[in-house]
Design a protein around this ligand. Structure first.
Ligand code: SF4
Length: 182
């Protein structure tokens, strides 16, 4: 994805988007890196996920393996799968795919960025139960990436029509398939 046209601004994002106006959820960050067309549909209230069998399967697997953890934690516009508190606050996200994706890492980085804006230092852990792997994420050195992504989300959301769909292997499991390709 080419963000170059949006990377020129050196303005202070904290002033540009006070936290109270930063109404971006983790799903939107995730979708930006999966497919901007998907982001546009979702951010315009077109939600078809409930009809998608892949999402239902994901919810079932999540409940079965992580059922004992504290349930989703909502903080402002972000919803975290579960939080563990030790020496550091840990934000945990469970991903049910078979690969570690940039979209997952950026979603976790956004959560850490959002918490930092609230004055909360944390690290994130991504869980991949199907791979039996975890990945730790730290915000250090990634703040500009998150801010660039936030600007890109604002740009995509402001478009009057969805960005042209680009067919990829992700389309097959996407809830919006029929809107794009049928
Ligand atoms: S079907 Fe493909 S192009 Fe359309 S929103 Fe989904 S991932 Fe994007």
């Amino acid at each position: 994805m080419n963000y170059s046209q949006n990377c020129n601004s050196q303005s202070n994002l904290t002033e540009e988007y006070p936290l109270t106006d930063l109404l971006i959820g983790g799903t939107e960050i995730n979708y930006l890196f999966i497919c901007p067309t998907k982001l546009w549909y979702f951010s315009h209230g077109i939600t078809m996920e409930e009809e998608n069998e892949w999402v239902d399967l994901g919810k079932f697997l999540h409940e079965r393996r992580y059922g004992n953890e504290e349930k989703e934690v909502q903080i402002g516009s972000i919803k975290i799968d579960f939080i563990r508190k030790g020496d550091t606050i840990e934000v945990h996200e469970v991903k049910l795919g078979k690969s570690i994706e940039r979209a997952h890492e950026m979603q976790a980085l956004y959560y850490l960025y959002y918490l930092k804006r609230l004055g909360i230092g944390a690290k994130a852990v991504l869980h991949y139960p199907k791979l039996n792997e975890t990945k730790e994420i730290s915000l250090d050195g990634h703040e500009e990436e998150v801010e660039t992504a936030i600007r890109e989300i604002q740009r995509v959301k402001s478009l009057p029509t969805p960005p042209e769909p680009v067919k990829s292997k992700k389309c097959k499991k996407c809830a919006y398939y029929e809107l794009c390709w049928v």
